[in-house]
Design a protein. Structure first.
Ligand code: NAD
Length: 257
């Protein structure tokens, strides 16, 4: 078991990448704190873990709210006695997030708060807990759009993920000598409810698909496997990385027909 005796807090654990990671972490022996704004889906993942013999507990939190994040970290320590792995994964894509010319300020603020401020808050209140347990692994979900620009714009989302990437590097450097590693997980497009919303328009969907060398979207378990590696001691010298799991999108100039 690759996460035996570890306590892992996962935000956005009710769906997509977070859900698959929660299931996998529990299977690998972690005690999982599943955090989500959506109580129904968050509790459902805990139930699924318990049914397969794993250990998990749900905590409801809006990751963009200080009190909620503090509460989630406190809950993890109160429930399982410590925190070893912090997966800041929750994120949104808003349907009205588009070109810089058209995107309204309220969409910008919402996206930055949920996608970027949340990671700041998660680290601000999670790092002291990691230090109390002797160190640990932070995984922040950025995206391949933190590396390359798209002609199908999503300006607030892209900016938020660029911020996550830069912030992760700085945290990785600052806390490395205190036995904390921080890495930015950068998925390519993954077949999840978030992607379905982002690419609801079939033309936009096809346009994105064309640029992926394998010619398909990732499945959430493929991203969860990368998160498992970053969470486990197998990645003990991986720190501050831009950990791309993008099927080669950022390596491609032209993709095969
Ligand atoms: P998803 O929509 O399937 O799941 C996101 C989860 O986050 C949901 O359970 C939702 O309830 C929760 N959530 C949303 N707002 C929240 C808030 N304020 N507080 C707490 N929880 C909240 O999405 P996903 O595709 O699994 O995405 C997970 C992460 O991966 C996000 O950060 C996303 O930006 C990133 N990502 C996704 C893709 C993709 O193609 N799906 C690609 C690159 C990066």
């Amino acid at each position: 078991m690759r996460l035996k005796d570890k306590v892992a807090l996962i935000t956005g654990a009710g769906s997509g990448i977070g859900r698959e990671t929660a299931l996998l972490f529990a299977q690998e022996g972690a005690q999982v704190v599943a955090c989500d704004l959506n109580e129904t889906s968050g509790k459902a993942v805990v139930e699924a873990i318990e049914q397969s013999g794993g250990q998990a507990a749900f905590v409801k939190a809006d990751v963009s709210k200080t009190a909620d994040i503090k509460g989630a970290i406190d809950f993890a320590e109160a429930t399982y006695g410590k925190l070893n792995v912090l997966f800041n994964n929750a994120g949104i894509f808003h349907a009205n997030d588009g070109s810089v010319l058209e995107t309204e300020e309220d969409i910008w603020e919402l996206t930055i708060n949920v996608n970027l401020k949340s990671v700041f808050l998660g680290c601000k209140y999670g790092i002291p807990a990691l230090l109390r347990s002797g160190g640990g692994s932070i995984i922040n979900t950025a995206s391949f759009v933190a590396i390359v620009g798209a002609a199908t714009p999503q300006i607030a989302y892209t900016a938020s993920k660029g911020g996550v990437l830069a912030m992760t590097r700085e945290i990785a450097v600052e806390f490395a000598r205190q036995n904390i590693r921080a890495n930015a997980l950068c998925p390519g497009p993954v077949q999840t409810p978030l992607l379905d919303e982002l690419l609801a328009d079939p033309a936009r969907r096809q346009r994105r698909l064309v640029h992926i060398p394998p010619g398909r979207f990732a499945q959430a378990p493929e991203i969860a496997n990368a998160a498992l590696f970053l969470a486990s001691d197998e990645s003990s010298f991986v720190n501050g990385s831009t950990f791309l799991v993008d099927g080669g999108i950022t390596a491609a100039y032209v993709t095969p027909e």
